[in-house]
Ligand binder design. Sequence first.
Ligand code: CA
Length: 230
Amino acid sequence: MQPHVLVAEDEDALSELLRYNLKKEGFQVSMAADGEEAMMLVKERQPDVVLLDWMLPELSGIEVCRRLRSRHETRNLPIIMLTARGEEPDRIRGLDTGADDYIVKPFLMKELFARVRAVLRRIRPGLVEDIVTAGDITVDRVAHRVTCGGAEIHLGPTEFRLLDYLIQHPGRVFSREQLLDAIWGSDVYVETRTVDVHIGRLRKALNASADTNPIRTVRSAGYALNANRD
Ligand code: CA
């Protein structure tokens, strides 16, 4: 699964450089050129991490950061501030914006990647770790192996991607449309019923080795992987 990074930066040259390099490094990238646009994009589709320029037009990076922290949905969204020389880290910390990290311009891309991965590892381990566990389900992304209650289970490629996605966000409810976008991509036309078919197969595979149902159907909302299973 490619982590989705939102870059909010108004300097064209830097924002283009970030877009190019992040894509090359395997990230999905969205771009915002001002603070209002950044807020709008986050509400539209929540990224996994935000690279937020400190000085942005319309709404400053500091204000964007505060607003994201005050919304329930984005309270824990990883945020890395991009600051210019002279905007000292101490001052940034003093302003208590709630950012998870900051990086001073100019920076090396490899330093930025390291920070992004460190923040993701800390806040969203399910996104960057090779082996992810929720309850008695374990997904090994390198070996492409899934176990449930200690027994290995065999999944088709779509079911594997569905489980891999759900396990990154235990307990969170996803609509069929959100799952379609995440697993099949927003540019592919697939009927929402297709999601039900693959969820059905995934459930059947998981239930074969456990008698509880790890995937919850939320009426008129969608599906969620139970965070804790008894
Ligand atoms: Ca700027």
